[in-house]
Ligand binder design. Structure first.
Ligand code: NAP
Length: 292
């Protein structure tokens, strides 16, 4: 059991982690800090954190476990802010949806305490953000990818694995490069496409009228377009090289489908759809699909 969780970023994911640790009896107290004092106070009122800290450094002082749960672009500032509150005994983790950039942010921000940091990404979430949506069961049965690097303390990787397993998650280990490529393909590009699709519909002169006829297919295809703008701005910028590469491949595939339609070749169009349909039918989620 941990004495104190220092939580930086009291939002959906950070708040859910705090509630899950409490529910599993893995922590005695949670001290939280968020950029806006109103968010930190709201987290306290909701019982997600026990003490609202006035700074990130105060939140981690005396903590034996620290979670950074901010948009990935805010990571470096958060690591810098906590550096002097970290000791050799502290386990530091993040939850960012991209890993190479966050690892560099930690290297630069934590400096001599970098070895304490275990990069982690829970494949669990919602398209709504904020502490109001925090949920103690969010990680139950879901996959968490940890991406340790050479310098990472092995004992902290083991502690991180025990924590995530203790709140019901299934832990996988990957390199940060493999993580960012895979997540670009199955998460970041689909979000980009959903944003672009909704934008194109919105800019059509009859877009609003079309929406009146939208059904379950539209709902399923576009759910993730309602995701948090600041969180997704940071993810798409941080992983832009990988996302662009997958986006180019997608463009080629879209062009192939357009060409088949233009040619009127129904048989080949059906074959292409059957191939895609078969792949989708065979897919079984490694964790719940309602995640980022
Ligand atoms: P969220 O609900 O918007 O929470 C983010 C929190 O970070 C907010 O409380 C915000 O505080 C705080 N914050 C922002 N900048 C900060 C700073 N400089 N210092 C301290 N606190 C700061 O977002 P979220 O969905 O929990 O996302 C958090 C992280 O989880 C992101 O890195 C994201 O990539 C990752 N993630 C998200 C999902 C998902 O489905 N949402 C899934 C897996 C991983 P204010 O309210 O004061 O602005």
């Amino acid at each position: 059991m941990f004495d104190q969780l220092g939580l930086i970023g009291c939002g959906l994911i950070g708040g859910s982690f705090a509630l899950a640790l409490k529910k599993a009896g893995l922590v005695k107290r949670v001290v939280g800090y968020s950029k806006s004092p109103s968010t930190t106070e709201r987290a306290r009122q909701l019982g997600v954190i026990d003490i609202a800290a006035p700074s990130a450094l105060t939140a981690v002082s005396g903590a034996d476990i620290v979670l950074i749960a901010v948009p990935v672009g805010a990571s470096e500032a958060a690591f810098k802010a906590i550096r002097h509150g970290i000791s050799g005994q502290t386990l530091v983790m993040d939850v960012g949806s991209t890993k190479l950039d966050v690892i560099e942010a930690a290297r630069s921000g934590l400096q001599d305490q970098f070895a304490a940091f275990v990069p982690a990404h829970p494949i669990a979430g919602k398209e709504v953000s904020g502490v109001e949506h925090a949920d103690a069961t969010l990680f139950s049965g879901r996959r968490v990818i940890v991406t340790p690097v050479k310098a990472t303390l092995r004992s902290n990787v083991q502690r991180a694995t025990r924590v995530w397993t203790g709140i019901g998650a299934k832990v996988s280990t990957m390199t940060p490069e493999a993580h960012d490529s895979a997540l670009a393909a199955v998460s970041h590009l689909p979000h980009l496409l959903a944003f672009a699709f909704i934008q194109s519909l919105g800019s059509h002169e009859n877009g609003e009228q079309f929406l009146e006829f939208a059904g379950p297919g539209f709902r399923d295809f576009t759910r993730i377009a309602a995701s948090d703008p600041a969180v997704w701005r940071d993810i798409l910028l941080a992983n832009r090289t990988q996302v662009s590469a997958h986006s180019q491949a997608f463009r080629r595939s879209l062009s192939e489908f357009e060409a088949l339609m233009a040619s009127g070749d129904g048989q080949r169009l059906e074959e292409a759809i059957a191939k895609a349909s078969g792949s989708r039918s065979q897919w079984r989620p490694g964790s719940d699909p309602s995640s980022d």
